[in-house]
Write a protein that binds this ligand. Sequence first.
Ligand code: GDG
Length: 511
Amino acid sequence: MPSERPTFDLVVAANRLPVDKVVTDDGEVEWRRSPGGLVTAMESVMRSQPGAWVGWAGDAGEAPDPFDEDGIHLHPVALSADEIRDYYEGFSNDTLWPIYHDVIVPATFHREWWAAYRAVNERFARAIAEVAAEGARVWVQDYQLQLVPMLVRQLRPDVRIGWFNHIPFPPVELFAQLPWRAQLLEGLLGADFLGFQRQADARNFVRACRQLLGAPTKRDRVTVEGTQRQVRAAAIPISVDFQGLEQLAKRPDVMARAREIRESLGNPKVLMLGVDRLDYTKGIRHRLKAYEELLSERRLGPPEVTLVQVATPSRERVEAYRMLRAEIEQTVGRINGDLGQIGAPAVHYLHHSYPREEMAALFQAADVMLVTPLRDGMNLVAKEYVTCRHDLGGALVLSEFTGAWHELHQAFACNPHDIEGLKQTILRAINTPAKDKQRIMKALRRRVADHDVQRWAARYLAALDAAPEQPRPDPRGRPTPHAEDTPLMPSPTEQLRAAGESGSSRSRSRS
Ligand code: GDG
């Protein structure tokens, strides 16, 4: 058991630490808290008990020494430039991301990417084992760290392990394409509790365990064969910091900025807004197509109507993202060329990231918010929009393929694949009488206010604590056998033993 280092009763592990490195003018290194919902949720939990956060600090090469920031102990994990390419951009974002999002673009499989994913997951597990106190709660985040639950269990059978998936979990028919499907499932089954955005995601996971591992399942539980261990998989949808964001949106300078934005756009009758990471899952192309058709059919048109599309730069070293960017920018150019007017472009396209204040002002300025993903774990933008509309103005067009839609049923629902239907929904969102839209907005806001991110974190940890006491694995760390079939690939235990063999795996690679 470690050592002179401090240990913690709550350990969060995520691909990234919740801070960004900033080098000041005089060359000093500072760490600035990145303002995500997860950090806010953790702040609320870590206020009552000190906690540690294990994650990558964002630069290639050696990791900085552990440090404390605003009451959280930050424990950086190193990634080499090759690992950023193979584990992060490769396996996480070009293998898992497309498979988990309905294969909107084809997934790429490379055995050396898998080897890097395994090696990095193992490094995370060791770092967690180092900072976790006896009997600690370990909360692992997201698809980049799916082997971590089992690896931590092997190193530290005394801790309680949870994992939360921020993105969808795919139907077994898609998941089964992964050459490493069995290892991923076994990695996750190292947890005591697995949290998902939707019930359908949890069900997909349970079904994958039954069909691909032959594991016995009952309702939301999977029994890990040979150990009698039971793992529960359930939906606990993530949310936003309702109070904090609403307060920001009520600030006089933010409200004044919202008015200024409308003025600078020529006070259009209808301002439509899209805010997304520039990702093929977000349905930006479908949104632009529907908008372009509405304009060319003269059912809408500038200067009365305009669209602001914020497309935050994302994963620009992955080919599918470079192609998407080129396509979106070409489409915006065509729409403006064909349908814009002098001083009144049809689309204001912004490939930037903005401060939170500006986002809150944009949300308040927009009459119609277009959230049209083809598949999205949750989509926090939808919840942020309604949070900012304390004036009960605005209308939310929301894709049925987002996790958010399962909570925000009153929104103007759309199927983004159905361009004709999407056009009708946009027109409905514009033309519904203000009184009815206010009633809808009130209901949406109530839902988000009652189910904010603090409640999400509290519910998650309560579910983790309530997970059944587990018979602990054989201390000799023997791999868990499959129920009926022989393992398709070595189990994580065997992978752990085989660590260091990545050279031979590289030579077997398909690429
Ligand atoms: C993953 C899942 C799930 C965007 N541009 C700017 C900016 N943003 C903020 C938004 C929002 C966040 O980024 C994006 O969150 P989403 O939920 O929409 O999408 P992903 O990034 O894909 O997140 C998703 C989420 O994890 C949480 O579980 O909902 O399904 O894919 O908060 O406001 N923020 C600022 N400037 C920008 O330019 N400040």
